[in-house]
Design a protein around this ligand. Structure first.
Ligand code: SAM
Length: 375
């Protein structure tokens, strides 16, 4: 913000307001922002579906194919399917790829309900003694319930849906405080003063109650999205590094919110899922991971990496297709990154973001860069 004038900022906000890219809490309550499959599992660092919806309506023709090279939990893919587009998402973190696959895959409604209910009827406790991470981060009963469910999963056709339910229940059942669910540092074994609920809370001791609740919630959310998605449209999930994954195309737009340096470790936020499900950990390939820091060198590596991804993806675009990048560019890196990727910025819209959750409360602006390949 330092180098930009206040007047210019107001102009950009006015333009974003005209496109209605900012919402107050009352206009867009949480249940709307987390509608249907968007709430299948928590994910820190999502953009809101309504922003994607507006950008798709404005910049992408119906029936177009949208590419998101940093697809995360799949917001772009889900909204593309709802808006009548096809979508491809690339993602380095295995759990995110799994989550996206479950959100966007086609499910037979009857089989899905039957299987998830059958899994619910088979909840129990493993006789296996928990080891390592599971032993450290879960109370003994919760650990045995999660291990029992994990061993059931492979019996079902909808095993991946059950894996997501397992991860969500594991997240809720960890030995953490209610106010530090994203990156807890050490297990909380004793009752504690809870800043969120303003009373003494106890760490969770069981997991089956979460499994039962999330099985039902997952059925309802997948079926709701099934009714809304456009028939004949499909999403493809590519689990890999956007710097090297094979892309087909041609695509009609890129719509993405890239990772930003020093903010979030995308593998680490779902550590319990990697540990329980034995997923492949490729965190060293994460661009801008918090663990890599924000030294000058780290920022250079980040900027080069993002530019390379955008350059590769832009080569797969049909002529005159937009590249839409949503980012809170507090370090002012993006004008140079986009230029380095061979893109010319046509518009930069400033969106006012209302933050409302717990300790990260506060307000900030987020930019939507609208760019095109330089001819
Ligand atoms: C800001 S998040 C995207 C969130 C997404 N818009 C959503 O709503 O869920 C950025 C994502 O980029 C992924 N990522 C980081 N480095 C990557 C790489 N080299 N290749 C592919 N994905 C990468 C991270 O794992 C993270 O999920």
């Amino acid at each position: 913000m330092a180098a930009r004038t206040q007047a210019l900022l107001y102009e950009e906000i006015a333009r974003a307001d005209e496109l209605e890219l900012s919402w107050s809490e009352a206009e867009l309550p949480e249940r709307e922002r987390t509608k249907h499959v968007h709430r299948l599992h928590p994910y820190l660092g999502k953009f809101i579906p309504q922003l994607v919806e507006r950008l798709l309506t404005r910049y992408v023709r119906p029936g177009g194919h949208v590419l998101d090279p940093f697809a995360g939990s799949g917001t772009t893919l889900v909204q593309a399917l709802e808006s009548g587009c096809d979508a491809t998402g690339v993602e380095i973190a295995a759990f995110n790829a799994l989550l996206m696959q479950v959100k966007t895959g086609r499910h037979d409604a009857f089989r899905l309900q039957t299987e998830l209910r059958e899994a619910g009827a088979r909840l129990g406790r493993s006789r296996q003694a928990p080891q390592g991470f599971v032993r450290e981060w879960f109370a003994p009963t919760a650990a045995r319930e999660l291990l029992h469910f994990r061993d059931l999963v492979a019996d079902f056709e909808h095993a991946d849906v059950l894996r997501v339910v397992l991860a969500r229940a594991a997240r809720s059942a960890r030995l953490t405080t209610h106010f530090d669910l994203d990156f807890p540092r050490s297990p909380q074994r004793e009752p504690y003063w809870c800043h969120k609920h303003r009373r003494t809370c106890r760490p969770v001791s069981e997991a089956n109650k979460f499994l039962a609740r999330y099985l039902e919630d997952t059925i309802a959310r997948i079926l709701e999205f099934d009714r809304l998605r456009t028939p004949g449209r499909a999403a493809r999930v590519l689990h890999g590094d956007a710097c090297e994954v094979d892309l087909e195309g041609p695509f009609d737009a890129i719509l993405t919110s890239p990772p930003y340096p020093g903010l979030i470790d995308y593998h680490e936020q779902h550590r319990y899922a990697y540990e329980l499900l034995g997923l492949d950990d490729r965190r060293e390939r994460e661009l801008g991971a918090a663990a890599k820091g924000t030294s000058r060198r780290a920022l250079e590596v980040y900027s080069r990496g993002i530019a390379e991804v955008l350059r590769r993806c832009t080569k797969r675009l049909a002529p005159e297709s937009p590249v839409l990048v949503v980012v809170n560019d507090r370090r002012g890196l993006y004008p140079a990154i986009l230029d380095d990727a061979g893109l010319a910025v046509e518009e930069r819209l400033e969106r006012h973001v209302n933050r409302r959750t717990g300790r990260r409360a506060g307000e900030y602006f987020e930019s939507v860069f609208v760019a095109y390949a330089r001819s």
